[in-house]
Ligand binder design. Structure first.
Ligand code: A2P
Length: 372
């Protein structure tokens, strides 16, 4: 019923998708009552409808890679990078119970997918000392199923000091699963130019039409719940806003202001250096309550996200006490301690022990940290 182009059919056993017709809009996934469409395989040749109707079980993912001997090592390196980024959760992170099932490792360093730069826009003011860009990648019909909160790898050209090809660098996607605009299936990144950074300078210098080697997608836990009642508390600094933008757009497109609600604490040096400052001002408070916090505004005291959380203690406490709340923290590693301290104080004010609450939330897939 959801599929406007009639790509989905079923018999008594199987719900199947006609790959000839499907445009990868993914609209069928959140509404599929059985979850059966929330499964796909990347193949060289699509399964026919007859094949699919015949399935008693899903076939294994075929190996579509060329098979580099280094690939296992590469996958392990990416997994280790992500584990490190998620370590601030204080234990093994889990996906939200209602999150869609993510695809991972479809493209590897040995067999990356080539994307084309569709746009690159500076997000921060020309006078700001921080050059953050919104970069849009177009996969031009090649499958790249990615969920909000996942990461992709970018392989900078050239080689490292030892003459080996560069390892992919991980970036969090800042677009929702169906693309910058619904059904465009492009993917955006939020990239800060770092002094001497091999990949950030490469990406920030790319022009429209340039090609880029992409791996991934990666990440199975830092995902948005599909449950519209879930309440999101998002805490971020700088480019840590990337997944929060994706979450907000996803919510805006699917459930709108009727959702469980979203609250964001977002820290930057100045308004001019806060990525997405302009677009954020147009997001209604009924969808996203925003606390924008600045550390380097002339004549104002330095303020960090954790300071504002403490100032808004009652609001945060009420959110913490809600069993529908999911917490997402993304940005500078340095923020972890301060945010933990704020949560400890706020939890105490409602008679809770933060460490216990955090561990329970994490085990229930409701506490997510990605820092670097
Ligand atoms: P600061 O002015 O101290 O650098 P960036 O622009 O480097 O991406 O940083 C984003 C924001 O995060 C800045 O406002 C920065 O403030 C702030 N920040 C830096 N360290 C911390 C920290 N330990 N906790 C919270 N915010 C921090």
């Amino acid at each position: 019923m959801t599929c406007s182009i009639g790509a989905i059919t079923h018999d008594d056993n199987n719900v199947v998708v006609d790959a000839e017709k499907c445009n990868y809009c993914m609209e069928c996934i959140p509404v599929c009552p059985t979850g059966s469409i929330d499964e796909w395989r990347v193949v060289n040749t699509a399964y026919t409808l007859e094949d699919q109707f015949g399935f008693e079980e899903l076939p294994e993912q075929q190996d579509i890679d060329t098979g580099s001997s280094d690939e296992g090592g590469m996958d392990a390196a990416i997994a280790a990078m992500l584990d490190e980024a998620h370590s601030g959760a204080g234990g093994k992170a889990r996906a939200p119970v209602s999150a869609a099932k993510p695809e991972t490792n479809l493209y590897t360093a040995a067999k990356p997918v080539v994307a084309t730069i569709q746009g690159s826009y500076r997000l921060t003011g020309e006078d700001s000392d921080s050059d953050v860009r919104h970069i849009i990648l177009n996969f031009e019909g090649q499958p790249f199923p990615v969920l909000e909160g996942q990461n992709i790898g970018i392989i900078p050209p050239g080689s490292d000091d030892e003459g080996k090809p560069h390892l992919p660098r991980l970036y969090s996607v800042s677009s929702p699963r169906d693309g910058e605009r619904p059904n465009y299936h492009n993917v955006s990144l939020t990239v800060k130019r770092e002094a001497g950074g091999v990949c950030s300078n490469y990406l920030c210098d790319l022009k429209m039409g340039d090609k880029v080697n992409v791996t991934g997608p990666f990440g199975t836990t830092f995902l948005i719940p599909d449950d519209p009642e879930a309440r999101l508390l998002m805490i971020c600094t700088g480019t840590g806003s990337a997944p929060m933008r994706a979450f907000t757009m996803r919510r805006q497109r699917t459930v709108g202001a009727k959702s469980g609600g979203m609250t964001m604490f977002f820290g930057a040096r100045t308004p001019d250096s806060l990525p997405y400052f302009g677009p954020l001002s147009k997001v209604p408070e009924s969808l996203l309550k925003q606390h924008l916090v600045y550390s380097r505004v002339d004549g104002q005291p330095k303020e960090y996200v954790q300071d504002r959380m403490m100032q808004e203690e009652d609001e945060v406490a009420e959110i913490l006490a809600d069993p529908n709340t999911h917490i997402y923290i993304c940005g500078l590693r340095g923020m972890e301690d301060g945010v933990e301290r704020a949560f400890t104080n706020i939890a105490e004010s409602i008679g809770q022990q933060w460490a216990a609450l955090r561990d329970a939330m994490r085990d229930e897939g409701r506490y997510h940290v990605e820092t670097y």
